[in-house]
Write a protein that binds this ligand. Structure first.
Ligand code: NAP
Length: 229
């Protein structure tokens, strides 16, 4: 029987996996949460939007006779990963989790850690006056409340008006080149990079740029994966 694979996506890794498996002859459905108005084009079938919790994901797996699920979601997308674990276990369908390697700290790197966005927002004014904020649209709220420094907010799509006292938005979708990241940080006189500890290659250039410019980096720790509940 030909495999029918559900890829939980929204990442570079998921798109690469969809291309690889489709080329190998597998039937692939990529599932996107629907956060982006213009997601990159993907091979195979694409479905968009939440499943309606674990039950909804189970119903989808049954209705589509899925034989494998690949969780290639972002390391910070902990809810859908948990749902995938429960749904696959309940349906007896194998689940593969594509984990991103964390970024490696080099000698001389000045990395600070925050347990969550609220802690990062509290630390930011103590670490820099002009921060490049690359935490994604869904995490901006905590920083807005903190006020304080100038934020250069990088997002994949234009937001509405942001409730920051001093900010500018730059739109960009990785992968980013090191030379461009250095130029961006220099042009805006950035003295702090704030990022999720996402890992992976597509957005690693900002970490290398901060290293080159000797700029400190404030990293939000990854949420735990595989927590029951
Ligand atoms: P999340 O908190 O783990 O999931 C929240 C809800 O969104 C889930 O319960 C599910 O709704 C729906 N959902 C999430 N991913 C889905 C998918 N691939 N297909 C269908 N429904 C999905 O996720 P998130 O942090 O909001 O991220 C949403 C998506 O953006 C993820 O797919 C992730 O790969 C991508 N992404 C996230 C980040 C990040 O920093 N969080 C960064 C880059 C890309 P139901 O319960 O209704 O099924």
């Amino acid at each position: 029987m030909r495999d029918k694979i559900l890829i939980l996506g929204g990442t570079f890794e998921a798109a690469a996996e969809a291309r690889r498996l489709t080329a190998a002859g597998a039937e692939v459905i990529t599932s996107l949460a629907g956060r982006l108005a213009d997601p990159p084009s993907l091979p195979g079938r694409v479905r968009v939007g939440g499943f309606g919790g674990t039950e909804g994901l189970q119903a989808f797996i049954r209705a589509e006779a899925i034989t494998w699920v690949i969780d290639a979601t972002h390391p910070f997308a902990a809810v859908i990963s948990r749902h995938a674990q429960h749904a696959c276990q309940a349906q007896g369908v194998p689940l593969v989790r594509l984990d991103r390697p964390p970024w490696a700290k080099h000698p001389g790197d000045r990395w600070h850690w925050a347990d969550d966005a609220a802690m990062a927002a509290r630390l930011t004014p103590h670490l820099g006056r002009r921060a490049l904020l690359t935490v994604g649209a869904g995490t901006l709220g905590a920083f807005a409340r903190a006020g304080g420094p100038f934020y250069l907010v990088r997002l994949v799509a234009p937001p509405g008006r942001l409730p920051f006292p001093h900010y500018q938005v730059v739109i960009g979708r990785g992968p980013f080149a090191l030379a461009d990241e250095i130029a961006l940080m220099r042009d805006f006189r950035i003295d702090l990079l704030v990022s999720k500890a996402s890992g992976g290659q597509a957005t690693e250039a900002k970490i290398a740029a901060a290293r080159t410019l000797k700029i400190p980096v404030l990293l939000l720790r990854r949420p735990a994966q595989g927590v029951a509940g």
